[in-house]
Design a binder for this molecule. Structure first.
Ligand code: SAM
Length: 243
């Protein structure tokens, strides 16, 4: 059976996404390692390298949207100097619970339940906005980008890590076979849930490619927008500035 996500009315999509993540929350981190063969760790390390948070005591506030179980915020807090602080905002209570139980002792860090399309924060509050493997889950990407722009200070940095379009011959063929067959099967074996992972693969396919994503980020008002491919474009990091 096909998940048929493309046929789901827009108004029901976020509800479906939330079901997926509430179901997989407790196995989420394990599945990431298995499905990406550990690659997501390298990509996330590179993501924090690009952010290059200040090592000094300068105050530096990060909001990590769709922050889930904390991978980005934790790496940020490890890299930033004593002035750093992080807020994880995620729509899923279950993913936040999983993140809180991993966070033990890390700080300064707060968890806030909220939707990327309507962030529960005042304007101009953050020095950086990150979103990793989150934006493709959002129903209205333009609204999420507008919110990213709004909550950033002038001079603030936007960084997005997301699956993208493979731009290497052979790798794309291999990747197709892998994602359509192996990923749902792994989802079935490890999380007892093939459908959620079929959704995941489908959402990656439907997502705009590198150039189209860059254009959407520019349309939201960001400047000096660029991107860098990771592993032949399996993932990409997009960067922009609120000037
Ligand atoms: N950033 C984490 C990482 O890289 O491991 C988690 C990524 S996980 C694939 C996607 C996350 O997006 C889930 O935790 C999900 O609850 C969250 N999410 C989905 N739709 C959202 C929305 N509209 N607003 C905020 N978070 C959302």
């Amino acid at each position: 059976t096909s998940f048929g996500f493309a046929n789901v009315p827009e108004s029901d999509r976020q509800g479906l996404v939330n079901q997926v993540f509430s179901k997989v929350a407790s196995r989420y981190d394990l599945m990431n390692d298995l499905m990406s063969g550990g690659l997501h760790r390298l990509w996330k390390a590179e993501f924090i390298n690009m952010l290059a948070p200040p090592k000094s005591g300068t105050p530096f506030a990060l909001i990590d949207v769709a922050g889930g179980t904390g991978d980005i915020a934790f790496r940020f807090l490890d890299a930033v100097g004593p002035g750093g602080s992080a807020v994880i905002c995620d729509i899923s209570k279950e993913m936040i619970e999983a993140g809180k139980s991993r966070a033990k002792g890390r700080g300064p860090l707060t968890f806030v339940q909220g939707n990327a399309e309507a962030l529960p924060f005042e304007s101009g509050r953050f020095d950086a906005y990150t979103i990793a493997f989150g934006i493709r889950n959002v129903t209205h990407i333009d609204r999420a980008l507008a919110e990213a722009f709004r909550v950033l200070k002038p001079g603030g940095r936007f960084l997005c890590l997301e699956f993208s379009s493979v731009e290497m011959p052979l790798l794309d063929t291999f990747y197709d076979a892998y994602s359509f067959n192996a990923i749902p099967r792994l989802g079935h074996l490890v999380a007892g849930d093939a459908e959620s992972y079929r959704y995941l693969v489908e959402s990656i396919r439907r997502f705009p490619d590198q150039e189209a994503s860059a254009e959407m980020i520019r349309d939201a008002g960001f400047e000096r927008v660029g991107y860098r491919n990771l592993t032949g474009g399996i993932a990409a990091i997009h960067s922009g500035w609120r000037i």
